[in-house]
Design a protein around this ligand. Structure first.
Ligand SMILES: C/C=C/C(=O)SCCNC(=O)CCNC(=O)[C@H](O)C(C)(C)COP(=O)(O)OP(=O)(O)OC[C@H]1O[C@@H](n2cnc3c(N)ncnc32)[C@H](O)[C@@H]1OP(=O)(O)O
Length: 262
């Protein structure tokens, strides 16, 4: 794949796919072609039986500086352009949440606005200790309404409001405290930490990961009683799967499971 492509894809032998935003000179600003390319790769990954985990990263000095403000200006801030842009962005974020494979955001540098939204939409996020995050739309008169959807589902009400209303950059330890990321690690440990996390998850059954990820998001939207009823159904179905039987048998027989959906 050419280095000029907006999205780079690399797949490791252990089932880990690496998706890299690749507009470093524009700090990986999410242009329409960039969003379309990312959507296309994720759609293909969703159907790929040999991919079990996805790592999302940015090339160059930043993870992602949000939507492409020059593209917006070039489109004269038109309503039709905006409708298409924000619909595509929402579809992209939903694609990440509904992807059968877990997604890990590997964050370095800056993650702002739609870049912070990507981090919040990922299932897991590991950041370099010097990474910084913000929803700075409020500073340019464009409130981060779509990033708000993912942000408010990840960090507390007051932390989300603080980020959205001030637009201030927060550092990685603060992002960890807010719950926007799992961990902040020294920059030189970022790749090893992400690789270890990805490998640990990639060793599980692909089916079990997909069942669990879908169940997590669906139950979170339900009232308690319905959530338990739904989760009960998921467990009943899950127990019928060959991988559940194999995992339980392997435990009892004190051996490593051999997944059917490896
Ligand atoms: C609902 C959601 C809304 C949104 O997503 S709105 C977007 C909100 N995003 C922002 O407000 C962030 C804007 N960018 C910045 O504040 C800074 O950049 C950074 C802190 C991310 C990085 O700073 P540094 O490393 O010093 O780079 P640099 O010189 O500012 O930028 C390098 C080149 O990248 C272009 N660029 C940066 N961000 C964007 C962007 N979001 N859209 C379009 N271009 C961008 C610049 O203009 C410049 O370009 P040139 O070299 O031609 O001067």
């Amino acid at each position: 794949m050419s280095q000029e492509e907006p999205i780079l894809l690399r797949q490791d032998a252990d089932g880990v796919a690496h998706l890299t935003l690749n507009r470093p000179r524009a700090r990986n600003a999410l242009s329409r072609p960039m969003i379309a390319a990312l959507q296309k790769e994720l759609d293909a990954i969703a159907a790929a039986p040999d991919i079990r985990v996805v790592v999302l990263a940015g090339n160059g000095p930043a993870f992602c500086a949000g939507h492409d403000l020059k593209e917006m200006q070039g489109a004269d801030y038109g309503r039709a352009y905006a409708e298409e842009l924000f619909a595509a962005c929402a579809t992209l974020m939903e694609r990440i949440v509904h992807l059968p494979q877990p997604v890990i955001a590997r964050v370095h540098g800056i993650a702002t606005a739609a870049g912070a939204q990507l981090v919040a939409s990922a299932d897991l996020a590991i950041a370099a200790a010097d990474a910084r995050f913000a929803t700075p739309g409020v500073n340019i008169g464009l409130f981060c309404s779509t990033p708000m959807v993912a942000l408010s589902r990840n960090v507390s009400h007051k932390h989300a409001m603080e980020m959205l209303l001030t637009g201030d950059l927060i550092d990685a330890p603060t992002a960890e405290r807010f719950g926007l990321i799992n961990r902040a690690v020294p920059a030189e440990e970022l790749d090893a930490t992400v690789a270890a996390l990805a490998a640990k998850i990639a060793a599980k059954s692909r089916l079990t990961l997909a069942v669990g990820k879908e169940a997590f998001y669906r139950q979170a939207e339900l009232p308690l009683e319905q959530a338990y009823a739904y989760a009960k159904g998921v467990m009943v179905d899950n127990l019928q799967a060959k991988d559940a039987r194999e995992g339980i048998n392997a435990f009892i027989e004190k051996r490593v499971p051999v997944w059917c959906h490896a």
